[in-house]
Design a protein around this ligand. Structure first.
Ligand code: HEC
Ligand code: HEC
Ligand code: HEC
Length: 488
C-alpha cells in the first residue's frame, strides 16, 4: 500500500495507537500530532508542533551526543566523540544566542541537520549524522526546529572546540566528501511495502540512524550502501551484522526478542547492549512506543541477508564449563590456560558464576553474542570499559577493568587477553583468539581506517588531492546544472 511515513488517517495512523502503557503517553501525544499534521504544511497550534518535535528529537537521539557526560546540561554540547580522526566535540544546540543555535533561522537549522553546514557556512564532520538526517521530511524538520527554539532551555555554555590534526582540520574538504557521498534525497515511501515497513524504514534510516554504526564504511569513511547493516567497527566496539541472515545476523531472533532488545537492551540467553548500543537504548529506543519498535523490527527483518554459512548461530554458541571449573578447583599449577582461569575466578565469576551460567541478575557468558561473535571486540571492550545502561528505573552495571577501574581492579592488556581467551575457549567461539596487541588496539580506540593511516603522507598528497577534488567539484557542478535545470 503506497503510504507516506506520516500521512493522516491511514492504517499506519491506527496501528500507532494500539494500547500502550501510561509511561508512554507523552510520546503518544507527540505521535498523534505527528499523524494528525502530516502531509500538508502544519495547521495545528504550536504546542502540537513542539510535542511532535520533542518526539522526533528523542527518536533521532539528539541528546545522546549533544549532552556532556556525567550530568551535563541537556543539549549544551561538549561530548567528545572518539573518531579515528581524533576527538570531535559536539556543539551547544540550545537556543542560546551566545553559546548555542539561538541565531539559527529554520532554513539554517535544516541545512545544518540535513547537509552538515553550520550557520557560518563551515562544514560539520559527519560525526554529526547528517547523512541519515538528510532523509528527514520537511514537516518533521519544522517540528524539530519548533521544539528546539520553544522548549529547550537556552544555556550559554561554550563547549570545547574540535581540533583535529592536519589534514582533517580543513573543514572545506568535507564539501568534496559531501559531493561524493551525501545523498540529499528525502525519505520516499516504497509503495510495494506495507505502511508499517515504511514507518520502520523511516525511523531506522532517517531518525535512529542505525546504519551509521551497523553499516561498514569504505576507505573514505562513507557508508557502503551495498552492505547495509552488515556490521562495522564503532571505535573500540563492534556493531554486529543485523541483516536478516539467520547465522551472521538477526534472522534467527523472534520479533519479540528484537523488540525487547531495542526497548531494554537485554534478551536473556542472547545478548546485552553495552557501549554505543547501550546509549542508543538508554537515550532513545526505550522511549519509543512498542508499535514504533515493531515497525523497526518489521523493516529490519526484511533487510537482505548478508554473510552466511553452516556455523551455528552466534547467539547459540557455548555451554557451561563444569569440567574445567571442577578440575581446576584446588589444583593450582596443573590447569591449562591457568592464568585466564584465575582472572576469571577472581574478577568475573562472582557475578557471571563459576560455570559462566549467570543467574537472575547477571547474564550467562554462553548463548551470548558478545562471546559467540567471530571477533572479540565487544567482549574485550566490556571488560575494558564495563557496562552501564539505565532503562526505566533499572540500572544494568558491570564494573570496568580498564583505565577507569580502581587500582586494585585494573587488568593489564595481557590479563585481559588471557581472561578473554579463557571465556572464549570455555563459553564462546573457541575459534577466536585474543592477543595482547588486540587489546592494545581496542584500548586505543580500534582499527584506524586507511584514510587515517595515510594522514602522515597528507602534506604532499593533499596538494595533488586538492587539484583532483577541485576538478571533480567543477565536473559535478556542471553535470548537476545540466541534468537538473529546474532546481537552479
Ligand atoms: C552521533 C552524534 C550526534 C547526534 C546523534 C546528533 N548530533 Fe548534532 N552534532 C554532532 C557533532 C559532533 C557536531 C559538531 C560537528 C563539528 O564540529 O563538525 C554537531 C553539530 C550540530 C549542529 C551545528 C551546531 C553549531 O554550533 O553550529 C546542529 C544544529 C546539530 N548538530 C543539531 C542536531 C540535531 C537537531 C540532532 C538530532 C536530530 C543532532 N544534532 C544529533 C553530533 C551529533
Ligand atoms: C551509536 C552506534 C549504534 C547505533 C546508532 C545503533 N547501534 Fe545497534 N549496536 C551497536 C553496537 C556497538 C552493538 C553491540 C553491543 C553489545 O554487544 O554490547 C549493537 C548491537 C545491536 C544489536 C544486537 C546484535 C547482536 O548480535 O548482539 C541489535 C539487534 C541492534 N544493535 C540493532 C540496532 C538498531 C535496529 C538500531 C537503530 C534503531 C541500532 N542498533 C542503532 C551500535 C549501534
Ligand atoms: C559486578 C558484577 C559483574 C562482574 C564482576 C563482571 N560482570 Fe560482566 N556483566 C555484568 C552485568 C550486569 C552485565 C550486563 C547485564 C545486562 O545488560 O543486563 C554484564 C555483561 C557482560 C558481557 C556481555 C557484554 C555485551 O556487550 O554483550 C560480557 C561478555 C561480560 N559481562 C563479561 C565479563 C567478564 C569477562 C568479566 C570479568 C573480567 C565480567 N564480565 C565481570 C556484571 C558483571
Amino acid at each position: 500500500m503506497p503510504t507516506p511515513p506520516v500521512s493522516p488517517g491511514t492504517a499506519l495512523g491506527r496501528t500507532l495507537f494500539a494500547p500502550i502503557s501510561a509511561s508512554l503517553r507523552p510520546a503518544i501525544l507527540c505521535l498523534s500530532a505527528l499523524v494528525a499534521t502530516a502531509g500538508a504544511s502544519f495547521a495545528g497550534d504550536t504546542s502540537d508542533l513542539v510535542a511532535r518535535g520533542r518526539y522526533l528529537a528523542t527518536a533521532a537521539d539528539c541528546a545522546a551526543c549533544h549532552t556532556a557526560p556525567h550530568g551535563g546540561t541537556p543539549f549544551a554540547g561538549g561530548y567528545g566523540i572518539d573518531t579515528p580522526l581524533g576527538k570531535i566535540f559536539s556543539t551547544n544546540i540550545t537556543p542560546s544566542k551566545e553559546g548555542g543555535i539561538g541565531r539559527y533561522s529554520e532554513e539554517e537549522f535544516a541545512r545544518a541537520v540535513r547537509e552538515g553546514v553550520a550557520k557560518d557556512g563551515s562544514h560539520l564532520y559527519p560525526a554529526m549524522p547528517y547523512t541519515a538526517y538528510a532523509k528527514i521530511t520537511d514537516d518533521d524538520m519544522k517540528a524539530l526546529y519548533a521544539y528546539f527554539m520553544n522548549e529547550v532551555k537556552p544555556d550559554d555554555h561554550k563547549p570545547q572546540k574540535t581540533e583535529l590534526p592536519f589534514p582533517f582540520s580543513i573543514r572545506t574538504s568535507m564539501a568534496a566528501w559531501n559531493l561524493l557521498f551525501l545523498d540529499k534525497t528525502r525519505f520516499t515511501p516504497d509503495p510495494a511495502k506495507s505502511a508499517e515497513w515504511n514507518r520502520g524504514a523511516y525511523l531506522a534510516d532517517a531518525l535512529e540512524h542505525c546504519s551509521t554504526c551497523h553499516t561498514p564504511r569504505n576507505a573514505f569513511m562513507a557508508e557502503d550502501a551495498s552492505q547495509l547493516f552488515a556490521g562495522s567497527a564503532v571505535g573500540s566496539w563492534y556493531a554486529p551484522n543485523i541483516t536478516s541472515d539467520k547465522v551472521a545476523g538477526i534472522g534467527g531472533w523472534s520479533d519479540d526478542e528484537l523488540i525487547r532488545y531495542l526497548k531494554t537492551g537485554n534478551v536473556v540467553g542472547k545478548a546485552q547492549a553495552a557501549g554505543p548500543m547501550a546509549e542508543a537504548v538508554e537515550n532513545s529506543l526505550q522511549y519509543l512506543p512498542d508499535d514504533d519498535l515493531k515497525a523497526i523490527v518489521t523493516y529490519l527483518k526484511d533487510v537482505p541477508a548478508i554473510g552466511s554459512g553452516d556455523a551455528p548461530s552466534r547467539a547459540d554458541l557455548g555451554k557451561p564449563s563444569t569440567v574445567v571449573e571442577a578440575s581446576l578447583r584446588g589444583l593450582p599449577g596443573q590447569a591449562p590456560d591457568e592464568n585466564g582461569y584465575h582472572i576469571f575466578s577472581g574478577s568475573c565469576a562472582a557475578c557471571h558464576q563459576p560455570e559462566g551460567q549467570g543467574n537472575d541478575h547477571y547474564p550467562s557468558l554462553f548463548h551470548n553474542t558478545a562471546t559467540g561473535e567471530d571477533r572479540a571486540d565487544n567482549l574485550v571492550s566490556t571488560i575494558l570499559y564495563g557496562l552501564h545502561r539505565k532503562v526505566s528505573d533499572h540500572v544494568a552495571f558491570m564494573p570496568a577493568f580498564g583505565p577507569d577501574a580502581s587500582y586494585t581492579d585494573r587488568l593489564s592488556n595481557k590479563e585481559i587477553a588471557d581472561v578473554s581467551n579463557y571465556v572464549l575457549a570455555n563459553y564462546g567461539n573457541a575459534a577466536v583468539k585474543v592477543t595482547e596487541a588486540d587489546v592494545a588496539r581496542i584500548r586505543d580506540g580500534g582499527e584506524k581506517p586507511l584514510i587515517v593511516k595515510l594522514a602522515p603522507l597528507a602534506a604532499p598528497a593533499a596538494i595533488v588531492a586538492a587539484v583532483i577534488v577541485l576538478a571533480l567539484i567543477a565536473w559535478f557542478a556542471s553535470r548537476r546544472r545540466r541534468s537538473r535545470p529546474a532546481l537552479g
